[in-house]
Each structure stands twice: as C-alpha cells, then as structure tokens.
Design a protein. Structure first.
Length: 368
C-alpha cells in the first residue's frame, strides 16, 4: 500500500507536468547546469547537477542527480532527483520525487512529496496543503491548509492551520508544534502530544507493527523512482543527440514484433555466451567485461525505445499533440509500472528489451 501511494504521487507529478503547456525545452548533458537571469517561458531541464537561480515566468520541470532551486517562479515547480534543495519562491504548486528533500523556501499553494527523507524547515511556508510519503519527515514549517501523509518517522514541530491526518511508525509532536484543526493518526503506539498543540480533536488508530514501518515499501519506492529518473535522463540525452534515429526505432516497434523479439533474444543469449567464454580465458577477460558493460547499456537503451513507443501510442490514441520528451516521460513511467506487475511483469520486461534490440539489428543491417 505504501509503495502504491508513493508511485501514485509520482504518477500525479508526471501527468500534471504533461498537461502543462510546453513552450520551451532545455536539456543539457554534463556535470553542472546553471540557469540564471529571467526566462519569459516555461523551463524544462535535465542534467546531473542543476542550479536554478533566475526568475522563470512559467512552470519549471527538472530531472537530475542533484537539483537546487534558489530563484523565483510564477507557476508550478516539478522536480525528480536524488537530492533536492529548495530555497526560492514558487507561485503555485511544488511536486517532488526525490531521495532527499531540503525545503526551506516558499510555495503559495500545495506541496506534494514522495521521498526517502524530507525536511520542511522552520523558515519554509506552504500556502496550501501538504501531502507526503517519506521514510523520514520533519515538518517544522508552516502549512496554511491540511497536512496528510505517511512515513516511518514523522516529526511535527511547525504550524498546521488545518487538519492533520498522519500514518507513522513513530510520530513525534514537538512542544513548538501547532495544529489548528483535528489530529488523526495511525501508529503502533500512542504519541506524546504536548498540551495545547492541537486545537481540535485527537483520534488515535492502533496500527499493526510494521504497517507504517520505514522499512516496508520505502526503499522499494526509492529504488523504483531512481530507475525512473535514470531511464528518463538517459532517454532525454539520447533523444537530444539522435532525435530522428530514436523516433524511427520507436516507430518500428509495431512492425513484426514476434520476429524482432526472437532476434533480440538470440542476440542477447549469444552475447552472454560469448562474454562467459571470454571470461574463462586470461586473454579474453577485458573483452568479456567490455561485452557485459555493453549488454547492460543495451538493456537501458532498449527500454528507452519501448517507453518512447508507448508514449507515442498513448498520445496518438487520445489525440493529444505531443513532443518527443512528452512521449518519453509518460511512456517510461507506464513501462516501469507494467514491468512491476506480479506474474506478468517479467514478460513485459523481456518484450520491452528484446523487440527494440531486434529492430535495431535489422535497421543497422539494412543500412549496411
């Protein structure tokens, strides 16, 4: 249930981003991307390390290893990264999928979080509601609306003007905290609630030990998010370098899928057998290792192509105009969700890998 909630938050982030008008796309590969000045448009950026210090007159959507936002934007901020630091001001909503979040800025509407560790610092202000799923949440800022979420450890030390609905393995209410409405919480044990911190009623629900435990579902959600971010970044970079090639490979997915699948399966088995044979010989070890690394790269590359095709198919079915990056972001998300299904997930993974591999082989063969 916890994992489903975390993935649902990510799905909400992606679908909301895709419904936003896309008027500008900035994708840069490299160790550091710095964006400053005034941008009279929406901003879309991906990279390893991203620092945004300027003013954006629109939405910001960012994906990377580490993202730091110090500037000001007039609309929404949507971020997917390993580490996220927010010290700036956001005019509408903030949606975050991260390993760690350090929130010290201002958001004038809702803050939605799916993360491993999250800090909403005392200087931060949330003009709307706070929704979260975190392994460890420290809520020390101020929330004008309601606060709802779950986590392994939740600490409340800030001001919540509305109601609070929490599910925690361990809930701590600090004396400095204030909840204007009702507090409803589920936990294995009752929390110590300082007198005067809750303005309304307090409802405690005895949870089964481990129902809200940090270890159940949290790390699987973070790993799932990590895979999604990595695949998305790889796809954005590859599309930026070979847009026509990627589009052509995605379009070939529907052409002779059975033949392409069997060809891809044969190529992959052959590569593994060749690598194993080389590894048992002293001279062939370097080449064997190189082949294994190449296989791993191909596995990611193939799923990016399948994700792009899925996105194209969905946007075509709903009759929505889209860009390649729209198709990639949505398609990779759906592919990972399908690959995670019980019983059939492994089959989805194999199909998503071997069909693009077979198509790439035939495409390369035809050009020779």
């Amino acid at each position: 249930m916890k994992r489903a909630f975390g993935i649902f938050l990510l799905l909400l982030i992606i679908l909301t981003a895709l419904c936003s008008p896309a008027t500008a796309l900035t994708t840069r590969a490299g160790d550091l991307v710095i964006i400053d000045g005034v941008i009279e448009d929406d901003l879309y950026v991906a990279g390893n390390n991203i620092i945004i210090t300027g003013t954006v007159m629109g939405d910001v959507i960012a994906a990377g290893g580490r993202v730091e936002f110090r500037g000001n934007i007039t609309q929404d901020l949507t971020v997917m990264a390993g580490d996220i630091i927010i010290t700036g001001s956001v005019g509408d909503d903030i949606r975050v999928a991260a390993g760690t979040l350090d929130m010290q800025g201002e958001v004038r509407d809702d803050l939605i979080i799916a993360s491993g560790d999250a800090l909403v610092a005392s200087r931060s202000t949330i003009g709307g509601e706070l929704s979260f799923r975190s392994g460890h949440m420290q809520m020390l800022g101020s929330v004008a609306g309601d606060a709802m979420g779950s986590g392994g450890e939740i600490t409340v030390g800030g001001q919540i003007d509305g109601h609070a609905d929490l599910e925690a393995g361990e809930l701590t209410i600090l004396p400095a905290a204030g909840i204007g409405g009702n507090l409803r919480y589920m936990s294995p044990e009752r929390a110590t609630i300082p007198e005067g911190t809750v303005g309304g009623d307090v409802e405690f629900i005895q949870g089964v030990e481990g129902d809200a435990d940090e270890g159940i579902g949290v790390f699987s959600v973070i790993w799932w998010l990590f895979q999604y971010v990595v695949l998305t970044i790889i796809g954005l970079v590859v599309i930026a370098i070979w847009p026509k090639k990627m589009n052509a490979l995605a379009e070939r997915t529907r052409t002779s899928p059975v033949k392409a699948f069997l060809t891809g399966l044969g190529l992959m088995l052959g590569a593994w057998i060749l690598a194993a044979l080389l590894l048992i010989t002293l001279v062939g070890i370097p080449i064997g290792v190189l082949i294994i690394l190449l296989i791993l790269a191909v596995l990611y590359f193939a799923r990016v192509i399948t994700g792009l095709w899925i996105g194209k198919y969905i946007f075509a079915k709903i009759g929505h105009e889209s860009k390649h990056w729209h198709e990639l972001v949505l398609g990779v998300l759906i592919l990972l969700l399908l690959s995670d299904l019980p019983l059939v997930g492994w089959l989805v993974y194999l199909v998503a890998t071997f069909i693009p591999l077979g198509n790439y082989y035939y495409g390369t063969k035809n050009t020779l």
